[in-house]
Design a protein around this ligand. Sequence first.
Ligand code: PRP
Ligand code: ZN
Length: 297
Amino acid sequence: MKSRDRLRIAMQKSGRLTEPAQELLARCGLKFRQSRDKLFCFGEGEPVDLLLVRDDDIPGLIAEGVCDLGIVGRNVLREFQLSQPEPGEGLAELRSLGFGRCRLSIAVPHEDGYDGPAQLDGRAIATSYPGLLGEWLRSHGVAARVVYLAGSVEIAPRLGTADAICDLVSSGATLVANQLREAAVVIESEAVLAGRRDLPADERGEIAELLLRRLDGVIQVRDSRLILLQAPRNALDDITRLLPGMPVPTLTAVDGAPDQVVVQALCAGSVSWRQLEDMKRAGARDMLVLPVEKMLA
Ligand code: PRP
Ligand code: ZN
């Protein structure tokens, strides 16, 4: 395999994950020049390039070493892992990214109703995820026939090719439109960063580590708020208990007011009006809640 000195990240060319994935990389300080064929985007600044492909192809591209990392649904990654001779080796989920949330679910025709896994015994279930469905069936002791379909899984029951389906559900609109009801969740999914278990031992490994650190910062920052307030020292315990995520605050003395202190704390999660009002009742004043732009531990 030819060695490369630039890191290559694969992501979905067009679909639900494309925009949020691009935004996430931009927040990590990565900029790309869009090439005319739009398959390959050259990275400006950092030595990181993008490959825009079909989401189902992403795990294979990483496994073959064409790409180093990929942003892909957990469902696609897990399905690929299950298709490998040694599912524990090879690819790993390096980070969960918090967008593109959906679930892989079994759904049955609306009029059938659902009263548990045993109902699926001896039935045919259409899916593009035979590995994940097979695992669920085994763990629930159900003997069903898995019918593999590459797409348009939701119409299989009406066509008579299957009794039920196992497909991704996001808003649920597809199920409603096809008179199907969600019966059981096989896995909860979201966008993840996939990569080989061991990062490349050359410069690419270093770039990947830099990217992972930035990514952790971006993910942490996205859900963090900096809160500033002033409070009497004797109210500190009560106020600190009200801070989301119970962070350890930094205290600064107030000149000329020895009983007062300025509190600064990084909160996990947003701070609601209700929480601010509770803190005010506990003695806090001059409260400020600020978004955090960057963080580096
Ligand atoms: C999935 C799935 C359904 C639809 C469900 O396909 O196959 O068709 O989304 O979403 P809904 O609950 O919001 O209606 P997707 O568009 O992700 O494409 P792909 O699975 O072919 O990549
Ligand atoms: Zn797809």
